[in-house]
Design a protein around this ligand. Structure first.
Ligand code: DGL
Length: 270
C-alpha cells in the first residue's frame, strides 16, 4: 500500500526547515508541505494553552493540504500540544523532545547543558524525560531567550545572533558541561558556529536526524510511503510574508545552511 499525499510539518518559523532538510534526505521519494506560522512567531514565550490553539490551527492547514502524517518540527509546540494533536486528529504525529537521554549517556563530566525556549524547558514532556533519563547528571537549563528570534529575523549570520550565541556558549563552558543539547529547531542553523565557539571537547546534539529516522519508521509502519516515481515536491507555506520567507530560505540555501529545496511558496490566511 502507498499514499501519494505529502508529509506535513510545522514550526513557528524557519527553525523546522532544519528538520525538513534531514527528512528529505531520509525520504527522498516523498513530497513535503511545511507551514511556517510566522504571523504568530515566537511560540517560546506563549502559554501552553495558546501554543495548543496555534498548533491545532497549523495542523488543520496541513490536513487541508492533504498531509498524511504531521511532524511537529518545533520543540515548544511538541512540549505543549503533541498529546492534544494526537487526541484531536486521526493522522500520525511525530514530535520532538530535547536529546537529554543520549546526552546523559554520553557525558564524562557529569554535566550537560540544554539550550531551549522557556516553553520547552517549562513543559511536562521535558521534565518527564529529564526525570527518567538524567538521574545522577547535572542538567544546566539555559532558556536561550531571544536566540530563536535573532535567527528568525536576522539569520544565523546576524550580529545579534552571534552575540547571543557567544554568551550562551560562555555559560556552557563555565558550567563544565561536555555535551550540549540543542532543544529548539532554530538552533540547528548555528550548530557549526556553536561548535567553533565551544571547541572540539564539547559535543553538540540536535534531534533533526533522529526525528527523520522516526518519521521514516512511522511512514513505513502505517504504509504511507509515496508511490515510486512521484514528484517529491516541497511546498513552503507561511502565515506571514511569502516574499520574506523566500528571501530567507534562498539566503540559507546560498550560505549552505540548507540544501537547495526547489520549493514552491504560498501564503495562507488564518
Ligand atoms: N523553533 C521553535 C522550537 O523548536 C521555537 C521558536 C519560537 O520561540 O517560536 O522550540
Amino acid at each position: 500500500m502507498s499514499h501519494p499525499g505529502p508529509i506535513g510539518m510545522f514550526d513557528s518559523g524557519i527553525g523546522g526547515l532544519s528538520v525538513l532538510a534531514a527528512a528529505r534526505s531520509a525520504l527522498p521519494g516523498e513530497s513535503f508541505v511545511y507551514l511556517a506560522d510566522q504571523a504568530s512567531f515566537p511560540y517560546g514565550p506563549r502559554s501552553a494553552a495558546a501554543v495548543r490553539v496555534l498548533s491545532e490551527r497549523a495542523a488543520r492547514v496541513l490536513l487541508e493540504e492533504g498531509a498524511k502524517v504531521i511532524v511537529v518540527a518545533c520543540n515548544t509546540a511538541s512540549a505543549h500540544a503533541l498529546a492534544h494533536l494526537r487526541r484531536t486528529f486521526d493522522v500520525p504525529f511525530v514530535g520532538l523532545v530535547p536529546a537529554v537521554k543520549p546526552a546523559a549517556l554520553q557525558t564524562h563530566s557529569g554535566v550537560v547543558a540544554v539550550l531551549a525556549t522557556e516553553g520547552t524547558l517549562g513543559g511536562a514532556l521535558f521534565h518527564a524525560v529529564r526525570r527518567e533519563f538524567a538521574n545522577g547528571v547535572r542538567v544546566l537549563e539555559l532558556a536561550a531567550n531571544g536566540l530563536a528570534s535573532a535567527i528568525e529575523r536576522g539569520g544565523p549570520w546576524a550580529a545579534e545572533t552571534e552575540d547571543l550565541l557567544a554568551g550562551y556558549c560562555g555559560d556552557v563552558r563555565r558550567s563544565g558541561a561536555d555535551v550540549v543539547v540543542l532543544g529548539c529547531t532554530h538552533y540547528g542553523f548555528v550548530r557549526r558556529r556553536a561548535q567553533e565557539l565551544l571547541g572540539d571537547d564539547v559535543a553538540i546534539l540536535d534531534t533533526a536526524d533522529a526525528v527523520a529516522r522516526q518519521l521514516a519508521h512511522v511512514v513505513a509502519e502505517h504504509r504511507l510511503a509515496a508511490p515510486p516515481g512521484g514528484p517529491s515536491a516541497v511546498r513552503l507555506l507561511t502565515t506571514g510574508s511569502v516574499g520574506d520567507l523566500r528571501r530567507t530560505v534562498e539566503a540559507l540555501e546560498r550560505a549552505g545552511g540548507l540544501p537547495s529545496l526547489g520549493a514552491e511558496y504560498a501564503e495562507v490566511r488564518v
